[in-house]
Design a protein around this ligand. Structure first.
Ligand SMILES: [Zn+2]
Length: 425
Protein backbone atom coordinates (compact mmCIF):
# COMPACT_ATOMS: atom_id res chain seq x y z
CA UNK A 1 0.00 0.00 0.00
CA UNK A 2 1.23 3.48 -0.88
CA UNK A 3 1.36 5.66 2.21
CA UNK A 4 1.74 9.47 2.32
CA UNK A 5 2.20 11.19 5.67
CA UNK A 6 2.65 14.97 5.71
CA UNK A 7 3.52 16.81 8.92
CA UNK A 8 3.01 20.56 9.36
CA UNK A 9 0.38 23.20 10.10
CA UNK A 10 -2.74 21.75 8.51
CA UNK A 11 -5.50 24.18 7.50
CA UNK A 12 -8.70 23.46 5.59
CA UNK A 13 -12.25 24.76 5.12
CA UNK A 14 -14.72 22.05 6.20
CA UNK A 15 -17.74 24.33 5.64
CA UNK A 16 -18.50 27.82 4.37
CA UNK A 17 -16.93 30.32 6.74
CA UNK A 18 -15.11 27.82 8.92
CA UNK A 19 -11.38 27.13 8.99
CA UNK A 20 -9.95 24.14 10.85
CA UNK A 21 -6.30 24.22 11.72
CA UNK A 22 -3.84 22.00 13.54
CA UNK A 23 -0.22 22.85 14.25
CA UNK A 24 2.28 20.00 14.03
CA UNK A 25 -0.48 17.78 12.67
CA UNK A 26 -0.26 14.72 10.46
CA UNK A 27 -2.20 14.36 7.21
CA UNK A 28 -2.33 10.71 6.17
CA UNK A 29 -3.31 9.26 2.79
CA UNK A 30 -3.33 5.59 1.91
CA UNK A 31 -3.32 4.56 -1.73
CA UNK A 32 -3.90 8.20 -2.64
CA UNK A 33 -6.96 8.71 -0.45
CA UNK A 34 -7.05 10.68 2.78
CA UNK A 35 -7.59 8.51 5.83
CA UNK A 36 -7.28 11.17 8.51
CA UNK A 37 -5.76 14.26 10.10
CA UNK A 38 -4.13 13.52 13.46
CA UNK A 39 -2.43 15.44 16.23
CA UNK A 40 -0.75 12.21 17.30
CA UNK A 41 0.18 9.76 14.57
CA UNK A 42 -1.68 6.48 15.16
CA UNK A 43 0.39 3.54 16.32
CA UNK A 44 -0.09 1.61 13.10
CA UNK A 45 1.91 4.23 11.19
CA UNK A 46 4.89 4.15 13.55
CA UNK A 47 8.10 3.73 11.60
CA UNK A 48 6.49 4.89 8.36
CA UNK A 49 8.28 7.68 6.47
CA UNK A 50 6.96 11.15 7.27
CA UNK A 51 7.39 14.19 5.01
CA UNK A 52 8.11 16.89 7.57
CA UNK A 53 7.04 20.27 6.18
CA UNK A 54 8.33 22.05 9.28
CA UNK A 55 6.36 25.19 9.97
CA UNK A 56 4.86 25.36 6.49
CA UNK A 57 1.11 25.34 5.90
CA UNK A 58 -0.49 22.22 4.42
CA UNK A 59 -3.75 23.14 2.68
CA UNK A 60 -6.06 21.65 0.04
CA UNK A 61 -5.06 22.58 -3.50
CA UNK A 62 -7.29 24.74 -5.69
CA UNK A 63 -10.12 23.94 -8.07
CA UNK A 64 -10.42 26.41 -10.97
CA UNK A 65 -13.84 25.81 -12.47
CA UNK A 66 -13.64 28.18 -15.40
CA UNK A 67 -10.73 29.05 -17.66
CA UNK A 68 -9.93 29.16 -21.36
CA UNK A 69 -6.71 27.32 -22.15
CA UNK A 70 -6.24 28.78 -25.66
CA UNK A 71 -6.44 32.31 -24.26
CA UNK A 72 -3.29 31.70 -22.17
CA UNK A 73 -1.10 33.44 -24.81
CA UNK A 74 -3.09 36.67 -24.37
CA UNK A 75 -3.01 36.59 -20.57
CA UNK A 76 -2.65 40.13 -19.23
CA UNK A 77 -3.48 41.82 -22.52
CA UNK A 78 -6.49 43.25 -24.35
CA UNK A 79 -8.60 44.46 -21.47
CA UNK A 80 -9.99 47.54 -23.20
CA UNK A 81 -13.22 46.17 -24.69
CA UNK A 82 -16.49 44.74 -23.36
CA UNK A 83 -17.26 41.04 -23.83
CA UNK A 84 -18.68 40.78 -27.36
CA UNK A 85 -16.13 43.14 -28.93
CA UNK A 86 -13.38 41.57 -26.83
CA UNK A 87 -14.22 38.12 -28.22
CA UNK A 88 -13.91 39.34 -31.81
CA UNK A 89 -10.85 41.52 -31.36
CA UNK A 90 -8.78 39.32 -29.07
CA UNK A 91 -10.15 35.93 -28.07
CA UNK A 92 -11.15 34.51 -31.46
CA UNK A 93 -7.89 35.42 -33.27
CA UNK A 94 -5.85 33.99 -30.39
CA UNK A 95 -7.84 30.76 -30.31
CA UNK A 96 -7.48 30.40 -34.09
CA UNK A 97 -3.76 29.75 -33.62
CA UNK A 98 -4.55 26.36 -32.13
CA UNK A 99 -5.07 24.84 -35.54
CA UNK A 100 -1.27 24.51 -35.27
CA UNK A 101 -0.52 21.49 -33.09
CA UNK A 102 3.10 22.42 -32.41
CA UNK A 103 1.94 25.77 -31.13
CA UNK A 104 -0.73 24.02 -29.04
CA UNK A 105 1.83 21.64 -27.54
CA UNK A 106 4.17 24.46 -26.55
CA UNK A 107 1.46 26.63 -25.02
CA UNK A 108 -0.41 23.86 -23.23
CA UNK A 109 2.70 22.31 -21.71
CA UNK A 110 3.56 25.65 -20.21
CA UNK A 111 0.01 26.28 -19.01
CA UNK A 112 -0.24 22.87 -17.34
CA UNK A 113 3.08 23.38 -15.55
CA UNK A 114 2.03 26.83 -14.36
CA UNK A 115 -1.27 25.53 -13.02
CA UNK A 116 0.51 22.91 -10.95
CA UNK A 117 3.16 25.35 -9.72
CA UNK A 118 0.35 27.56 -8.41
CA UNK A 119 -1.42 24.69 -6.70
CA UNK A 120 -4.36 24.24 -9.08
CA UNK A 121 -5.01 20.51 -9.42
CA UNK A 122 -8.66 20.40 -10.54
CA UNK A 123 -10.17 22.28 -13.48
CA UNK A 124 -13.19 22.69 -15.69
CA UNK A 125 -11.53 24.11 -18.77
CA UNK A 126 -12.49 25.33 -22.22
CA UNK A 127 -10.28 24.36 -25.13
CA UNK A 128 -10.82 25.84 -28.62
CA UNK A 129 -12.98 24.29 -31.32
CA UNK A 130 -9.99 22.25 -32.57
CA UNK A 131 -10.32 18.55 -31.80
CA UNK A 132 -6.64 17.64 -32.10
CA UNK A 133 -5.41 20.59 -30.06
CA UNK A 134 -7.97 19.67 -27.40
CA UNK A 135 -6.45 16.19 -27.21
CA UNK A 136 -3.01 17.75 -26.90
CA UNK A 137 -4.32 19.91 -24.05
CA UNK A 138 -5.70 16.84 -22.27
CA UNK A 139 -2.39 15.01 -22.71
CA UNK A 140 -0.42 17.91 -21.28
CA UNK A 141 -2.75 18.37 -18.31
CA UNK A 142 -2.59 14.67 -17.51
CA UNK A 143 1.17 14.62 -17.85
CA UNK A 144 1.54 17.56 -15.45
CA UNK A 145 -0.94 16.19 -12.91
CA UNK A 146 -3.93 18.48 -13.49
CA UNK A 147 -7.21 16.56 -13.18
CA UNK A 148 -10.80 17.35 -14.12
CA UNK A 149 -12.70 18.22 -17.26
CA UNK A 150 -11.85 19.74 -20.62
CA UNK A 151 -14.18 20.68 -23.44
CA UNK A 152 -13.73 20.97 -27.15
CA UNK A 153 -15.66 24.18 -27.80
CA UNK A 154 -18.74 24.03 -30.03
CA UNK A 155 -19.50 27.19 -32.02
CA UNK A 156 -21.35 26.87 -35.34
CA UNK A 157 -22.57 30.46 -35.73
CA UNK A 158 -21.51 34.02 -34.96
CA UNK A 159 -17.87 33.00 -34.90
CA UNK A 160 -14.94 34.39 -36.91
CA UNK A 161 -15.47 33.47 -40.57
CA UNK A 162 -12.35 32.26 -42.32
CA UNK A 163 -10.45 32.24 -39.05
CA UNK A 164 -12.27 30.31 -36.37
CA UNK A 165 -15.47 28.64 -37.49
CA UNK A 166 -17.14 25.27 -37.93
CA UNK A 167 -20.38 24.21 -39.62
CA UNK A 168 -23.04 22.42 -37.65
CA UNK A 169 -22.09 19.12 -39.28
CA UNK A 170 -18.39 19.65 -38.58
CA UNK A 171 -19.13 20.54 -35.00
CA UNK A 172 -21.17 17.38 -34.47
CA UNK A 173 -18.72 15.12 -36.29
CA UNK A 174 -15.66 16.56 -34.54
CA UNK A 175 -17.32 16.29 -31.14
CA UNK A 176 -17.92 12.58 -31.71
CA UNK A 177 -14.35 12.09 -32.99
CA UNK A 178 -13.03 13.89 -29.94
CA UNK A 179 -15.11 11.81 -27.53
CA UNK A 180 -13.95 8.60 -29.20
CA UNK A 181 -10.34 9.67 -28.65
CA UNK A 182 -10.81 10.56 -24.96
CA UNK A 183 -10.95 6.98 -23.73
CA UNK A 184 -7.27 6.70 -22.87
CA UNK A 185 -7.16 9.53 -20.37
CA UNK A 186 -7.28 8.54 -16.72
CA UNK A 187 -7.52 11.84 -14.88
CA UNK A 188 -8.79 14.30 -17.47
CA UNK A 189 -12.24 13.74 -18.88
CA UNK A 190 -14.47 15.28 -21.56
CA UNK A 191 -17.08 17.91 -20.80
CA UNK A 192 -19.52 19.18 -23.44
CA UNK A 193 -18.85 22.86 -24.11
CA UNK A 194 -21.28 24.92 -26.16
CA UNK A 195 -19.35 28.22 -26.09
CA UNK A 196 -22.44 30.24 -25.18
CA UNK A 197 -25.94 30.45 -26.61
CA UNK A 198 -25.16 33.03 -29.35
CA UNK A 199 -22.39 30.73 -30.68
CA UNK A 200 -24.60 27.67 -31.18
CA UNK A 201 -27.55 26.94 -33.45
CA UNK A 202 -30.59 25.30 -31.94
CA UNK A 203 -29.77 22.12 -33.84
CA UNK A 204 -26.31 21.96 -32.28
CA UNK A 205 -27.62 22.65 -28.77
CA UNK A 206 -30.18 19.86 -29.23
CA UNK A 207 -27.44 17.49 -30.42
CA UNK A 208 -25.27 18.31 -27.39
CA UNK A 209 -28.17 17.90 -24.96
CA UNK A 210 -28.95 14.49 -26.40
CA UNK A 211 -25.29 13.50 -26.22
CA UNK A 212 -25.03 14.67 -22.60
CA UNK A 213 -27.95 12.47 -21.68
CA UNK A 214 -26.93 9.41 -23.67
CA UNK A 215 -23.33 9.40 -22.47
CA UNK A 216 -23.78 10.92 -19.01
CA UNK A 217 -21.48 13.86 -19.82
CA UNK A 218 -21.15 17.07 -17.81
CA UNK A 219 -21.70 20.44 -19.50
CA UNK A 220 -20.07 23.86 -19.14
CA UNK A 221 -20.95 27.22 -20.65
CA UNK A 222 -21.50 30.92 -19.94
CA UNK A 223 -24.58 32.60 -18.53
CA UNK A 224 -25.77 36.18 -18.03
CA UNK A 225 -22.30 37.70 -18.11
CA UNK A 226 -23.00 41.00 -19.83
CA UNK A 227 -26.11 43.00 -20.71
CA UNK A 228 -25.40 43.19 -24.47
CA UNK A 229 -24.94 39.42 -24.52
CA UNK A 230 -28.25 38.95 -22.72
CA UNK A 231 -30.06 41.23 -25.20
CA UNK A 232 -28.60 39.17 -28.03
CA UNK A 233 -29.79 35.91 -26.46
CA UNK A 234 -33.30 37.37 -26.11
CA UNK A 235 -33.30 38.20 -29.84
CA UNK A 236 -32.07 34.74 -30.78
CA UNK A 237 -34.53 32.91 -28.51
CA UNK A 238 -37.73 34.98 -28.34
CA UNK A 239 -39.50 31.93 -26.92
CA UNK A 240 -37.30 31.97 -23.81
CA UNK A 241 -38.13 34.51 -21.12
CA UNK A 242 -34.70 34.00 -19.53
CA UNK A 243 -31.20 33.11 -20.70
CA UNK A 244 -30.97 29.89 -18.67
CA UNK A 245 -33.98 28.49 -20.50
CA UNK A 246 -31.99 28.43 -23.75
CA UNK A 247 -29.84 25.72 -22.13
CA UNK A 248 -32.61 24.01 -20.18
CA UNK A 249 -34.81 23.50 -23.20
CA UNK A 250 -32.09 21.43 -24.89
CA UNK A 251 -31.23 19.26 -21.87
CA UNK A 252 -28.12 21.19 -20.88
CA UNK A 253 -29.25 22.12 -17.39
CA UNK A 254 -28.75 19.76 -14.44
CA UNK A 255 -26.50 19.00 -11.48
CA UNK A 256 -23.57 18.25 -13.79
CA UNK A 257 -23.80 21.68 -15.41
CA UNK A 258 -21.28 24.44 -14.71
CA UNK A 259 -22.24 28.00 -15.66
CA UNK A 260 -19.64 30.76 -15.59
CA UNK A 261 -20.29 34.36 -14.50
CA UNK A 262 -24.06 34.66 -13.81
CA UNK A 263 -23.38 38.33 -13.02
CA UNK A 264 -26.88 39.46 -13.98
CA UNK A 265 -28.90 36.36 -13.06
CA UNK A 266 -32.03 37.58 -11.31
CA UNK A 267 -33.95 35.86 -8.54
CA UNK A 268 -35.78 33.56 -10.93
CA UNK A 269 -32.66 32.51 -12.81
CA UNK A 270 -30.84 31.94 -9.52
CA UNK A 271 -33.72 29.76 -8.31
CA UNK A 272 -33.48 27.75 -11.53
CA UNK A 273 -29.78 27.14 -10.83
CA UNK A 274 -30.39 26.18 -7.23
CA UNK A 275 -33.28 23.86 -8.05
CA UNK A 276 -31.37 22.06 -10.81
CA UNK A 277 -28.13 21.86 -8.81
CA UNK A 278 -26.19 23.87 -11.41
CA UNK A 279 -22.79 25.09 -10.18
CA UNK A 280 -22.17 28.83 -10.61
CA UNK A 281 -18.58 29.86 -11.27
CA UNK A 282 -17.73 33.30 -9.97
CA UNK A 283 -15.04 34.97 -12.11
CA UNK A 284 -14.34 38.21 -10.29
CA UNK A 285 -11.20 39.24 -12.21
CA UNK A 286 -12.74 38.79 -15.62
CA UNK A 287 -16.00 40.44 -14.58
CA UNK A 288 -14.06 43.54 -13.68
CA UNK A 289 -11.50 43.50 -16.49
CA UNK A 290 -14.02 43.41 -19.31
CA UNK A 291 -16.54 45.54 -17.43
CA UNK A 292 -19.22 42.86 -17.11
CA UNK A 293 -20.33 43.72 -13.58
CA UNK A 294 -20.09 42.53 -9.99
CA UNK A 295 -21.86 39.23 -9.36
CA UNK A 296 -24.07 39.01 -6.24
CA UNK A 297 -22.20 36.08 -4.74
CA UNK A 298 -23.34 36.68 -1.18
CA UNK A 299 -26.97 36.58 -2.26
CA UNK A 300 -26.34 33.37 -4.22
CA UNK A 301 -24.79 31.72 -1.18
CA UNK A 302 -27.60 32.88 1.08
CA UNK A 303 -30.11 31.44 -1.38
CA UNK A 304 -28.39 28.06 -1.30
CA UNK A 305 -26.70 28.02 -4.72
CA UNK A 306 -23.50 26.10 -5.30
CA UNK A 307 -20.79 28.64 -6.08
CA UNK A 308 -17.17 27.94 -7.01
CA UNK A 309 -14.40 30.19 -8.34
CA UNK A 310 -12.78 30.54 -11.75
CA UNK A 311 -9.71 32.40 -12.95
CA UNK A 312 -11.41 32.77 -16.36
CA UNK A 313 -8.16 33.49 -18.09
CA UNK A 314 -7.77 35.44 -20.24
CA UNK A 315 -10.67 37.75 -19.39
CA UNK A 316 -9.17 37.13 -15.97
CA UNK A 317 -5.60 38.37 -15.69
CA UNK A 318 -4.37 35.93 -13.04
CA UNK A 319 -4.01 32.17 -13.30
CA UNK A 320 -2.99 32.06 -9.65
CA UNK A 321 -6.01 31.11 -7.55
CA UNK A 322 -4.63 32.87 -4.48
CA UNK A 323 -5.27 36.08 -6.43
CA UNK A 324 -8.66 34.84 -7.56
CA UNK A 325 -9.64 34.24 -3.92
CA UNK A 326 -8.48 37.76 -3.01
CA UNK A 327 -10.29 39.38 -5.93
CA UNK A 328 -13.49 37.51 -5.03
CA UNK A 329 -13.34 39.09 -1.61
CA UNK A 330 -12.72 42.53 -3.12
CA UNK A 331 -15.62 42.07 -5.54
CA UNK A 332 -17.92 41.18 -2.65
CA UNK A 333 -16.86 44.37 -0.90
CA UNK A 334 -17.61 46.37 -4.05
CA UNK A 335 -21.02 44.71 -4.09
CA UNK A 336 -21.58 45.69 -0.47
CA UNK A 337 -20.80 49.31 -1.28
CA UNK A 338 -23.10 49.18 -4.32
CA UNK A 339 -25.89 47.62 -2.23
CA UNK A 340 -25.93 50.45 0.30
CA UNK A 341 -23.97 48.33 2.80
CA UNK A 342 -26.84 45.85 2.98
CA UNK A 343 -25.04 42.66 1.94
CA UNK A 344 -22.11 41.17 3.82
CA UNK A 345 -18.81 40.68 2.01
CA UNK A 346 -17.00 37.35 1.78
CA UNK A 347 -14.61 36.57 4.61
CA UNK A 348 -11.24 35.01 3.88
CA UNK A 349 -12.51 31.70 5.26
CA UNK A 350 -15.54 31.83 2.96
CA UNK A 351 -13.59 32.72 -0.17
CA UNK A 352 -11.01 30.05 0.66
CA UNK A 353 -13.85 27.52 0.92
CA UNK A 354 -15.14 28.57 -2.52
CA UNK A 355 -11.69 28.25 -4.11
CA UNK A 356 -10.98 24.83 -2.62
CA UNK A 357 -13.82 22.79 -1.07
CA UNK A 358 -16.71 24.20 -3.14
CA UNK A 359 -14.87 23.61 -6.39
CA UNK A 360 -13.77 20.15 -5.32
CA UNK A 361 -17.41 19.27 -4.59
CA UNK A 362 -18.13 19.29 -8.32
CA UNK A 363 -15.69 16.37 -8.59
CA UNK A 364 -17.41 14.46 -5.79
CA UNK A 365 -15.04 15.40 -2.96
CA UNK A 366 -16.25 16.17 0.54
CA UNK A 367 -15.15 19.51 2.07
CA UNK A 368 -11.63 20.08 3.40
CA UNK A 369 -9.37 17.11 4.11
CA UNK A 370 -12.29 14.74 4.67
CA UNK A 371 -11.42 11.03 4.90
CA UNK A 372 -12.11 9.27 1.62
CA UNK A 373 -11.14 12.24 -0.55
CA UNK A 374 -8.33 11.73 -3.04
CA UNK A 375 -5.33 13.68 -1.76
CA UNK A 376 -5.26 17.14 -3.38
CA UNK A 377 -2.96 19.30 -1.30
CA UNK A 378 -0.19 21.87 -1.36
CA UNK A 379 2.48 23.13 1.00
CA UNK A 380 2.79 26.91 1.43
CA UNK A 381 5.87 28.54 2.93
CA UNK A 382 5.81 31.99 4.52
CA UNK A 383 9.07 31.96 6.46
CA UNK A 384 10.49 34.50 3.99
CA UNK A 385 7.93 37.09 5.10
CA UNK A 386 8.37 39.25 8.21
CA UNK A 387 7.57 37.31 11.40
CA UNK A 388 7.80 39.96 14.14
CA UNK A 389 5.36 38.12 16.38
CA UNK A 390 3.60 34.73 16.33
CA UNK A 391 0.66 34.43 13.92
CA UNK A 392 -2.28 32.05 14.01
CA UNK A 393 -2.78 29.60 11.16
CA UNK A 394 -5.80 31.63 9.99
CA UNK A 395 -3.73 34.83 9.92
CA UNK A 396 -1.01 33.08 7.96
CA UNK A 397 -3.55 31.78 5.45
CA UNK A 398 -5.01 35.27 5.04
CA UNK A 399 -1.55 36.66 4.39
CA UNK A 400 -0.91 33.91 1.85
CA UNK A 401 -4.04 35.02 0.00
CA UNK A 402 -3.00 38.67 -0.14
CA UNK A 403 0.76 38.61 0.04
CA UNK A 404 2.90 35.61 -0.75
CA UNK A 405 6.62 35.14 -1.04
CA UNK A 406 7.55 34.42 -4.64
CA UNK A 407 8.25 30.72 -4.06
CA UNK A 408 5.40 30.17 -1.59
CA UNK A 409 4.11 26.90 -3.08
CA UNK A 410 6.68 24.27 -2.11
CA UNK A 411 4.94 21.01 -3.04
CA UNK A 412 1.70 19.84 -4.63
CA UNK A 413 -0.21 16.55 -4.55
CA UNK A 414 -2.92 15.74 -7.06
CA UNK A 415 -5.18 12.71 -6.85
CA UNK A 416 -2.79 11.10 -4.41
CA UNK A 417 0.43 11.71 -6.35
CA UNK A 418 3.07 14.31 -5.66
CA UNK A 419 3.22 16.34 -8.86
CA UNK A 420 5.43 19.25 -7.83
CA UNK A 421 8.34 19.88 -5.52
CA UNK A 422 10.16 23.19 -5.31
CA UNK A 423 13.09 21.37 -3.70
CA UNK A 424 13.94 19.61 -6.96
CA UNK A 425 15.60 21.61 -9.74
ZN1 LIG B 1 -15.32 32.11 -20.11
Amino acid sequence: MALTILKGTIVSAPSLGRLDSMEDGFLVAEDGRITGVYLVLPERFSGAPVTDCGGDLIVPSFADLHLHAPQYPMLGMGMDLPLLEWLEAYAFPTEARFADLDYARTVYRRLAAELIRHGTTRVCMFSSLHTDATLVLMEELERAGVTGYVGKVNMDRNSAPGLLEETTEQSKRETLRWLDACGDFRRVHPMLTPRFTPSCTNGLLAFLGKLAKERGLPVQSHLSENSAEMDWVRQLHPDCAQYWQTYAKYGLWNDRTVMAHCVWSDERERAAMRDAGVTVVHCANSNQNICSGVAPVRVMLDEGLQVALGSDIAGGDQLDMFDVVASSIRASKARRMMDGWQTAFLTVAEAWFLGTSAGAAFFGAKPGFAPGNPLHAMVIRDSGLPQPHPLTAAQRLERAVYRRQSDAVRAVWSEGRQVFSAEQP
